[in-house]
Design a protein around this ligand. Sequence first.
Ligand code: SAH
Length: 448
Amino acid sequence: MSPSKPRSPSTPHRQSQGGKDFRKRMQHGKATNTAAAQQGKPPRSGNPGAKAAIILKAGREKSLQRRHPWIFSGAVECIDGAPCSGDTVPVRDETGAFLAWAAYNPASQITARVWSWSEQESIDSRFFRNRIVRALAARRMLDLEHDSNGMRIIHGESDGLPGLIVDRYGDVLVMQLGSAGTEHWRDTIADILRQLCTPICIYERSDSDGRELEGLPKRCGVVHGQLPENTEVTEHGLRFAVDVAAGQKTGYYLDQRDNRALTGKLSAGRDVLNCFCYTGGFSLYALRGGAQSVLSIDASESALELAKRNVELNGLDASKAEWQCADVFDALRKLRDQNRKFDLIVLDPPKFAPTAAFAEKAARAYKDINLLGFKLLRPGGLLFTYSCSGGISDELFQKIIAGAALDAGVDVQIVKKLHAAADHPVLLSFPEGAYLKGLVLRVQDTGA
Ligand code: SAH
């Protein structure tokens, strides 16, 4: 096994959803999340002759004392010395007292990300080895190997490695660097992963949109070994081909593993609609679970091709599967106009609100698809609805869905609340780590 995960000024995951996604719609609104809008001015210089340090404004040490690992530019009084991007620097309060060791990034709104709270700790290869060993041990303890040979082995901030995501697909590791600090330590991290996990390949997918916000260029390619022609992951007994080099994110969405299994369990005899299906994750579970029919929709042609290959790979009944390459917003309206009905619907859209600045527009989008989803469900039907937006809280998400149900004129029960799988742990002091929230909803049978 091995580790993975990161993020940028708002959410730590699911960055590059690629292709035709909702961000394009957002650009027409005022919450344009361009790198320029997100990147503040570099922090003010303090004493250039002094040793490098980040000095906080008076009273701005509180979130660090609560062990939140980000230092926002607004909290910084000045920078002493002349540190470079990615350098490890001490963070001090206005009296000069030590608070943390952090990786500096003058180009980001997050001026620094904390490596360690201990003044005695050296940030060196031993430090990274210890953190990676700890992340691997935490996964081993969870005994997840049973469920899958795919696993997020490092989940950024929540594993004490801000900006670093490592996903494992069998013998292949995919590493994503999302911060100046991880960029600085790239070779060390790759070397430790190679030694500890003995993968046949480490592939770098440092091409998340978040990198722009960090002032880092995108970079992809083999770091170690050779990428096999076909990479696969076996999850709850289902095989999925993973396009490590060109797929979205690191190639596959490991976070939904257990939620997909639940969908499979509840699919027997049902007409299922899977929106934003990517490579067919929820669709394959539904087919194996005995669904009567599964209609899957995604805007990415290449994702759908892989999805169809995945159906074949598992010997599932392709005649029950229908695929549509379309914009879900349009497709749902067409299905409504055709009076199509389903018993189980999955809505797993890309990140509509990467930051809170997007929340309002994103809320409208979530409401739109969920309202249509409710209208397409037969009485007694189930809606699996998700948000992976860091800018949308659990409470806000539930409120949006409640508004959608009200407008759709249906009474709805929450059957279960869902989150990312256990290999995506959330550090208590870093609630941003809980980016994925899901609700299983049951539309009440009005006649009952
Ligand atoms: N449920 C999937 C992951 C979904 S990721 C799984 O379990 O693996 C989100 C998907 O939404 C991506 O495949 C992306 O291509 C697709 N997408 C983004 N915007 C879209 C849109 N407007 N219409 C249809 N698909 C879209």
